[in-house]
Design a binder for this molecule. Structure first.
Ligand SMILES: Cc1cc2nc3c(=O)[nH]c(=O)nc-3n(C[C@H](O)[C@H](O)[C@H](O)COP(=O)(O)OP(=O)(O)OC[C@H]3O[C@@H](n4cnc5c(N)ncnc54)[C@H](O)[C@@H]3O)c2cc1C
Ligand code: FES
Ligand code: FES
Length: 1347
């Protein structure tokens, strides 16, 4: 059990680990707790995912005695932002501290693993610790508590549902079905996980896991707060000082000391939570030489009720503020707590729990961010702020003079903020707060607002009104002119109209305003006011009604516009066909066995690349990258960089011993830019130094001068205008398209743009390169999907044959295609640095570097012409696709080809023609991402399908069904569809989702509601399985049987969370007839299985499974004589006998997919081995005023053949679906017009979080659908389900269609992907949007462009 205690002895950090005491002399103020744990203590269970408090991978628990609350508090905290120096008198519990596989698991670790809540496992320790910290303070939480605890945790693999379901078992009613069961009496809808075998099977119901196996939680067994820290905490405190390399950290213990220090160091920063300052120092390159830490000063922690409100000390954390206000709301009459309720509403969506636990209210105010969530509320409420310096104390009101400029306040440099008084409200006063952000949970605001109105007694006449906005200027602002116009007016429609017109004028923005979304932001100011108007109208009607005064209430169909967004508790159903019990109990193929590493993920014992212990003389590497999109390098000045302590070398093109040319297919890029850069983020060089901090600091100090080149091509439209395309241009045709159009009743044209997507694997790219010292040998430990490609490209750069380079991959913390080719660039750079310095070199990219350098999914633009009949039958299609490939070819040709292969999605279009262009732009090279162009091709297909349905005025599901393929039909690339199962998936999905009833309910809802609308869509998918590059469809395996009977299995695939190793062990176990426990996989390596294809294209189980099977069959044949001699013997007997018989107990296996080979020139030959199919139904609800949406329901039926492992396959379906949901509704990469990527971390780039999963999610694996083309009749599952999230997009489009009809708009309309709140709101045109027309394109330079 690890538990770390921190205490101070004068200026020393004193820590205890497992009763081992450690004294840190002069703790470095710039070091975070995370770096200290991982580097100094070797506790690598706590992970680094972003370094900005946005992913939760680094979550651990900090416990401390809180003198002001007189109790011990246990809080989840982000170790990546917690300064080591701030942990005075704290106990830190890491994931290693609560349990281990080797000793004893903690129930929190056991349940997430057994509930299949871990795939790659990189997020798992953080999620475990968020749950653990919650249970320490609240042993029987509600589901709502759990959802709140996870607001600051991200997972890119699982889709979250299994994590919530596993942890639901800790809630009071966790194991109960609640009597809400459907036909068979099981709990289908209340959220209890309950898996059902299909009704037609005679087999008993199966579960994905057995909850009764879970260890009970016994809170009395938890580690207690160390008594020695308790006694230290209650003793009088002394000032602490730590002097670091660049920063002095002082923790004063009295207000007097603090004010004196502030007088001495007026430029010193006060740091409480470090959630702002930490970000500024790490990412904005700011340095604060003196830091004062006032977290424990009593006056700054004050909480007291005054005559006018509640006074809260500036160091009070947001969690405590929430507790205090909740208690006040409970105690006081409603009319007094309107502002408190508004602050609580903002706190619900303020960051995640880990941030709220440490961030202070004073920090939020003093940061003076224009998008602060609290400042608009404080300003609208007119809060009083007490500020103090050594000689003076004064009280200020928060008004529009408080923030004189961007991130400035009126405080003098020697002043500090002491406290804030949040006022009570009175009768006749109403207050609301609003926050609109791209994602509901843990996101920064687009627009925030506080609105405060007071009415004259017993009337609806405005006595005073204050409206403030964040996000509409460089500072929080008051809409003073509008408010003045509303004084003494009745709260009615005329007032509303005047307010809206006035706000449109007053809250204007330049079309080039930073942050973009200008039309949307302007519309929001009005829409939010409208919500306030309705809310107040309703409250007035109730309150004045009680006083005998009648005023008009809100119309019932408008009522939902006044409701606050609620997070509902999700529920899930998983259906799969159970395997009948066979003769061999060791045969677990078809059983939902847990990912073999899941327990180690949950305990932090699973080793990822950066967890490998450091070599003694190891160096760290940081990249030097271009800041220009297209330029010549004139000079590179490294003199300042070389002055940074610990720097060893600057590495660049001249240091490459072999070839600087690289690239996974075409060798059209360089390892280091030599004379020219072609994107922002182009790697120019690298610094190697003793620590990562030094390397990064030096990298930032390298000065590069450029001569800018033109044109700078950033968007697809730029590329089209400049004819900037890579060759070849691909096309595909079947039927007679010209005749098809002639024969059609109608023809329509349309366009769609689909944005790119960042893979956002939780573990960023990482390589450790170790020169072996002889014959040019180099050993690489890499987080990559492509071990052989890495080996080959590193060998090329080093100028050695491939046999000198070994690439080893233990596991990845996610890959999703992002580590298929782009990871090789970093590995090559690190290998060159290791070669040059003759020392081991390591680099794990920071999230911002990774996002900048490695590219992502290709943005696509498509335009189409469709010929169709009156009944919706599509007769002819001509579609043109453009992909934004970036500055090198990478895998773009295959990606474009796959988009063309899927341009029909699942529809039989008799006359079809598609053309594809690959745009060459000045962006970092885009690359593989789950689906590999397929989703983009299919998305455009669904766009024309939706247009046709809208034009014909027919239900979209009818038009889709009518056009769908049938068994035996041919695709545009002339492949016959055999074993076609979409029909079955469709019918089952219609039933599973109760489509028809649901549709009626949606229509009824829409008739009854004006400002919220529901939408429904059913979408099929057909995904071709094989690499389209034929030679890649091969795999190898190597199986060693040791003389004790244990088996070491190696195959060509890599483990990135998808459970490939687990499936391969299942295959070997079934083939050899031995239990899985006898089989072990250590890693993937190029010296065991050579020439492997990247783990990609969903085919790894198919290919490697067959290779493993082949090797195992060889071994079985060799063992057969021993088995025949001793048929009653066991495996060990046969192996031993074979060994003594001198039988070769090592075998390799090989497999290549037969009969593949499509030729674009002749449109002939088989492109795919087979197809995977699926269908999804989704229902959503949109808020027409804000553009937010809720995912209400999704049902998915997926054909995975005979599942090798239903738990893993359902995990892939749900995880893939959620990534698709991110792609189509949420994730937006934002680039400046000159190619600079703004979205470089979870702060600005939003992947789905826990709150985004459909409230009801049903997943069914199609039964009785064996696939004869793959191992044990299974099917590929990795990529195909991702596209099913298009059902959410088209459900949103359906809802928007209904909203537009309210304004008299009908027929097709363009909706680009993702369907963000901005796009949804702009598409729901109404009287408010009309007040904020967009500026004419071409008349201004936008802040961001659609690339
Ligand atoms: C992942 C993440 C999510 C976030 N989400 C949100 C969000 O949803 N909404 C939002 O509004 N903000 C958000 N923030 C911003 C930030 O968390 C808040 O502004 C927070 O309240 C800052 O508090 P802190 O104690 O951590 O500040 P610190 O970083 O410790 O300090 C911030 C600033 O305040 C000054 N300061 C602190 N106390 C005093 C004082 N008593 N007197 C004078 N100056 C003082 C410091 O000198 C410094 O300049 C987020 C930040 C992160 C990292
Ligand atoms: S690494 Fe700390 S929150 Fe992401
Ligand atoms: S399992 Fe959560 S990020 Fe991979």
């Amino acid at each position: 059990m690890f538990c770390i205690f921190f205490a101070s002895i004068a200026n020393k950090m004193f820590s205890i680990i497992n009763t081992l005491q450690i004294t840190e002399k002069n703790a470095e103020p710039e070091i975070t707790l995370l770096t200290y744990l991982r580097r100094s203590l070797g506790l690598t269970g706590t992970k680094l995912g972003c370094a900005e408090g946005g992913c939760g991978a680094c979550t651990l628990m900090v416990s401390k005695y809180h003198p002001h609350q007189n109790r011990i508090i246990h809080h989840a905290v982000n170790a990546c932002l917690a300064p080591l120096c701030s942990l005075h008198h704290c106990a830190v519990t890491t994931v290693e501290g609560i349990g281990s596989v080797a000793s004893k698991l903690h129930p929190v670790q056991e349940r997430i693993a057994k509930a299949h809540g871990s795939q790659c496992g990189f997020c798992t320790p953080g999620i475990v610790m968020s749950m653990y910290a919650l249970l320490r303070s609240n042993p029987q939480p509600s589901m709502h508590d759990i959802q709140e605890a996870f607001q600051g945790n991200l997972c890119r693999c699982t889709g979250y549902r299994p994590i919530l379901e596993g942890y639901r078992t800790f809630t009071k009613d966790g194991g109960c079905c609640g009597g809400k069961g459907q036909t068979n009496g099981c709990c289908m809808t209340n959220g209890c996980i309950e898996e059902h075998v299909n009704d037609n099977s005679m087999l008993p119901a199966q579960k994905l896991y057995d909850q009764s196996e879970f260890m009970p939680l016994d809170p009395t067994q938890e580690i207690i707060f160390p008594p020695e820290l308790m006694s230290l905490s209650i003793q009088p405190q002394r000032e602490l000082r730590f002097v670091g390399e660049r920063v002095l950290w002082i923790q004063p213990c009295s207000l007097k000391e603090l004010l004196e220090l502030k007088a001495t160091y007026p430029n010193a920063k006060l740091v409480v939570g470090n959630t702002e300052v930490g970000i500024e120092m790490k990412f904005k390159n700011l340095l604060y030489p003196v830091i004062l830490a006032p977290a424990y000063i009593p006056e700054l922690n004050i909480i007291q009720h005054t005559q006018d409100g509640i006074e809260v000390g500036a160091s009070v954390t947001l969690t405590v503020l929430g507790d205090v206000l909740r208690a006040a709301v409970k105690k006081l009459p409603t009319h007094q707590t309107e502002v408190f309720e508004a602050v609580l509403e903002q706190l619900r969506w303020f960051a995640g729990q880990q941030i709220r636990n440490v961030a202070a209210v004073g920090g939020n105010i003093m940061t003076a961010s224009p998008i602060s969530d609290l400042n608009p509320v404080f300003m609208a409420a007119g809060c009083k702020l007490t500020v103090m310096s050594k000689g003076e104390k004064r009280v200020l009101e928060m008004d529009d003079k408080f923030f004189p400029g961007y991130r400035k306040t009126v405080l003098k440099s020697e002043e500090i903020l002491l406290s804030i008084e949040i006022p009570y409200t009175r009768k006749g006063q109403y207050f609301s707060a609003f926050k609109q952000s791209p994602r509901k949970e843990d996101d920064i605001a687009i627009v925030t607002s506080g609105m405060n109105v007071l009415f004259k007694e017993k009337s609806n006449i405005v006595q005073s009104i204050r409206i403030s906005y964040g996000g509409m200027a460089p500072v929080t602002v008051l809409a003073t002119a509008t408010c003045n116009r509303l004084l003494n007016r009745q709260w009615n429609e005329e007032l509303l109209e005047q307010a809206c017109t006035s706000l449109a004028e007053e809250m204007s923005l330049s079309p080039s305003a930073p942050g973009g979304m200008v039309t949307y932001r302007r519309t929001l100011t009005i829409s939010l006011f409208y919500k306030f108007f309705l809310t107040v109208q309703h409250k007035l009607a109730l309150d004045l009604g009680m006083e005998g005064v009648t005023v008009e209430d809100v119309r019932p169909e408008y009522a939902t516009a006044t409701e606050l967004f609620q997070l509902d508790s999700p529920s899930g159903v998983q259906l799969y066909q159970a395997v009948p019990p066979g003769d061999n109990s060791d045969d677990v193929v078809g059983h939902p066995i847990m990912h073999l590493s899941a327990l180690k993920h949950a305990t932090g014992e699973a080793i990822y690349c950066d967890d490998i212990p450091c070599y003694e003389n190891e160096l760290r590497l940081a990249l030097v990258t271009s800041t220009k999109a297209h330029a010549l390098i004139k000079s590179i000045d490294t003199s300042d960089a070389m002055e940074v302590p610990g720097v060893v070398a600057f590495i660049s093109a001249k240091d490459i011993p072999g070839s600087n040319l690289t690239g996974p297919v075409f060798n059209d890029e360089t390892v280091f830019a030599d004379d020219k850069v072609t994107c922002v983020g182009h790697i120019v060089g690298a610094i190697v130094a003793d620590t990562q901090a030094h390397a990064q600091r030096a990298a930032k100090a390298v000065k590069i001068s450029y001569e800018e080149l033109h044109p700078v091509i950033v968007t697809i439209q730029d590329a089209i205008a400049n004819k900037s395309f890579y060759q070849p241009v691909r096309s595909m045709e079947r039927g007679d398209v010209a005749q098809g159009f002639k024969d059609s009743d109608h023809i329509l044209h349309g366009k769609m743009h689909i944005g790119g997507q960042e893979q956002f694997y939780l573990e960023t790219n990482c390589t450790v390169a170790v020169p072996r010292g002889e014959d040019g040998e180099m050993e690489l430990f890499v987080s990559t999907q492509a071990a052989s490609k890495t080996q080959a490209l590193v060998a090329k750069a080093l100028g050695v044959p491939a046999n000198r380079v070994v690439c080893r991959v233990k596991r990845m913390g996610g890959g999703f295609g992002g580590k298929e080719s782009r990871s090789t660039i970093l590995s090559t750079v690190v290998a060159v640095a290791a070669y040059t310095t003759k020392r081991p070199v390591r680099c794990m990219l920071d999230r911002d570097e990774d996002m900048l350098v490695t590219g992502g999914r290709h943005p696509f633009f498509g335009h189409y012409k469709v010929g169709y009949m009156n009944n919706g039958r599509v007769n002819a299609l001509d579609v043109t696709l453009y992909s934004n490939a970036g500055n090198s070819m990478d895998l773009s040709l295959s990606i474009l080809e796959r988009a063309l292969f899927h341009m029909d999605n699942s529809y039989n279009i008799p006359n079809i023609h598609g053309t594809g262009y690959i745009c060459k732009t000045n962006l970092p090279s885009n690359s593989a991402f789950r689906g590999f162009g397929g989703p983009q091709g299919m998305m455009i297909a669904e766009s024309w399908m939706s247009d046709v349905a809208l034009s014909c005025g027919l239900p979209a599901e009818e038009v889709r069904r009518m056009n769908m393929y049938k068994e035996g039909d041919f695709t545009p690339f002339n492949q016959r569809l055999d074993q076609f199962t979409i029909d079955l998936c469709w019918e089952e999905c219609m039933q599973l989702s109760d489509f028809n009833m649901r549709k009626e309910a949606v229509e009824q809802y829409n008739r009854q509601h004006r400002w919220t609308k529901r939408g429904l869509a059913i979408i099929p998918t057909k995904f071709g399985i094989s690499y389209t590059a034929v030679f890649l469809n091969q795999a190898g395996a190597l199986v060693h049987v040791y003389s004790d009977g244990s088996v070491l299995l190696t195959h060509g695939g890599t483990e990135m969370g998808q459970g490939l190793h687990t499936k391969m062990v299942q295959v070997a176990s079934k083939t050899l007839g031995i239990p899985c426990s006898k089989i072990h996989i250590t890693e993937t390596s190029t010296n065991t299985v050579p020439n492997t294809s990247p783990t990609a294209a969903s085919v790894s189980s198919d290919l490697n499974g067959m290779a493993v099977y082949n090797a195992c069959q060889t071994l079985l044949q060799r063992l057969q004589p021993c088995i025949d001699k001793n048929p009653k013997g066991c495996w060990e007997d046969w192996v031993k006998a074979a060994y003594f018989d001198r039988v070769n107990l090592s075998a390799n296996g090989f497999y290549k997919t037969p009969d593949l080979g499509y030729d674009f020139n002749t449109n002939s030959g088989r492109a795919f081995n087979y197809f995977s199919y699926g269908v999804a139904v989704s229902e959503v609800e949109i808020d027409c005023l804000t553009g937010s949406h809720k995912n209400l329901h999704t049902s998915i039926v997926m054909d995975v053949g005979k599942s090798l492992n239903p738990a893993l396959d359902i995990g892939q379906v749900e995880g893939g679906f959620m990534q698709g949901l991110g792609l189509f509704t949420l994730e937006e990469l934002r680039y400046s017009p000159d190619g600079y990527l703004y979205t470089r971390g979870p702060g600005m780039y939003k992947i789905p979080s826990f709150g985004d999963i459909p409230i009801e999610l049903k997943v069914s694996l199609l039964r009785d659908a064996p696939n004869e083309k793959a191992i044990f009749s299974s099917k590929a599952v990795g990529e195909p389900p991702l596209f099913l999230a298009a059902s959410v997009f088209y459900a949103i489009k359906d809802a928007i269609t209904v909203a537009r009809a309210e304004s008299g708009l009908t027929g097709p309309f363009r909706l680009d992907s993702p369907a963000t709140p901005e796009r949804i709101r702009n598409a729901c045109e109404d009287k408010f949007t009309k007040l904020c027309p967009p500026a004419d394109p071409g008349t201004f330079t936008p802040w961001a462009v659609q690339v």
